[in-house]
Design a protein around this ligand. Structure first.
Ligand SMILES: Cc1ncc(COP(=O)(O)O)c(C=O)c1O
Length: 410
């Protein structure tokens, strides 16, 4: 690859207004980690925080740590740190459970805010858990699940019979961004609530729930929020819906006063009414460090850097690796923080790259997917990744039998 590319990338890194974030992450020197859209990098601070929590707060403080170490109020602090990345207010955000569980709670609660309507609309191309959950919620409520092939087909599926539209903001395969403001407006024009899955957005894109007018949202804590494997997820409900919002899983942590041990149920104020049971404290602390590691960067800055990184990657792949096809939108404004490359040998390609220190992932049947987490990926990493991609394509790695062996997690 031309020396020119490397020096141009160095200049882009030098001018990057959020370059300071990278030092907050513990990344191996010899790795180009392009999978932060699946599992974010570890914040440096997480090791110390979790070690202290295990050793002192759990080991010595024991039950007292719920008060003394602030475990009980940790979800509220995380929600306050997360809210600006969502374009929401802190009391509209709750940190709890998994994305799948939060989606179920919000689909049911949302549909109940629109009594008399008979359908939920979801998208077939969305992450499968979203479809499974939407189907189950629809079955439970006796509603029809109306599916569309992609976001472009959504407006035609919206009418006065639809209660909730549930959509992923970013296509998990191609990285294509749906028009959240436009589709939310289309939903509202038909009296439909708009629920966004922001798993591939928050921490990488300019999410603006207030600006979009969105009603409800969910998303993962372990991707661009860097909360660690299996970190808790979040759920968001616009303030105008709080009064009527009833979770179908009203565990005691969703009660206004859990320690009143009241046999009667009074929901907590705000989005906290969407919590359920005791939070997984150690995972919660990982998420606290993950969200803290993004402080100081705005969603606009994160999105601009993601666009810059993916644009450089697309440009270099176009120039130097013409045997792979770009399977993501070419317009950077329509692309999330990831780029998918289509290649008939995509699985061995991902394995061969990993063996040479470039980590991406594989999505069946023929996509090699690369995430460019704007908080810690540098422009020079993009150049290095394409150099190694070129080397893999030039060698005989793709036919090596060990790279054809499918692992459980791809
Ligand atoms: C868009 C999207 N939604 C939901 C999930 C799954 O969420 P969880 O397994 O945390 O419930 C994923 C996982 O990758 C995802 O990409």
């Amino acid at each position: 690859m031309a020396t020119l590319d490397r020096s141009a990338a160095e200049a882009l890194d030098a001018a990057d207004p959020i370059a300071f974030l990278r030092d907050r992450f513990a990344l191996p020197d010899d790795l180009v980690y392009l999978d932060g859209n699946s599992l974010g990098a570890r914040p440096v601070s997480a090791e110390r925080r979790l070690a202290a929590a295990v050793r002192d707060e759990w080991g010595t403080g024991l039950i007292r740590s719920w008060n003394d170490a602030g475990w009980y109020t940790e979800p509220d602090r995380i929600a306050a740190g997360l809210a600006p990345l969502l374009g929401a207010d802190a009391d509209e955000v709750v940190v709890a459970d998994s994305t799948s569980v939060n989606l179920f709670k919000l689909l049911v609660a949302g549909a109940r805010l629109r009594p008399g309507r008979s359908a939920i609309v979801a998208c077939e191309a969305d992450f499968p858990t979203d479809l499974y959950i939407a189907r189950a919620a629809a079955e439970l409520l006796g509603l029809e699940l109306r599916t569309v092939p992609g976001p472009d087909a959504v407006p035609a599926a919206l009418d006065a019979g639809v209660a909730v539209l549930a959509l992923c903001h970013v296509d998990f395969r191609s990285g294509a961004i749906a028009d959240a403001a436009g589709l939310t407006a289309a939903a509202h024009a038909a009296g439909v609530l708009a629920l966004w899955d922001l798993s591939h957005s928050t921490g990488a894109l300019d999410v603006d729930l207030h600006g979009w007018g969105a009603d409800l949202a969910v998303g993962c804590g372990y991707k661009y929020l860097n909360g660690g494997p299996g970190a808790p997820a979040y759920a968001v409900a616009a303030r105008k819906h709080h009064a009527g919002l009833r979770t179908p899983l009203p565990g005691w942590f969703s009660h206004a006063d859990p320690f009143a041990f009241d046999p009667g149920y009074t929901p907590a104020p705000g989005a906290r009414r969407l919590a359920c049971g005791t939070p997984p404290v150690l995972s919660l602390l990982g998420l606290a460090e993950g969200v803290a590691s993004l402080q100081g960067a705005t969603p606009e800055q994160l999105a601009a850097k993601a666009r810059g990184l993916t644009a450089l990657f697309v440009d270099l792949v176009d120039r130097y690796c013409q045997e792979v096809e770009i399977a993501s939108p070419r317009d950077a404004r329509r692309r999330g923080g990831q780029v998918a490359l289509r290649h008939p040998w995509a699985y061995p390609l991902v394995q061969a790259l990993a063996a040479r220190g470039v980590i991406g992932d594989f999505r069946s049947p023929d996509l090699a997917r690369f995430g460019f987490a704007p908080a810690y990926i540098r422009y020079v990493d993009v150049v290095a990744a394409v150099e190694i991609l070129r080397a893999v394509l030039d060698g005989d790695d793709l036919s090596r039998p060990e790279f054809a062996v499918r692992q459980a997690v791809t």
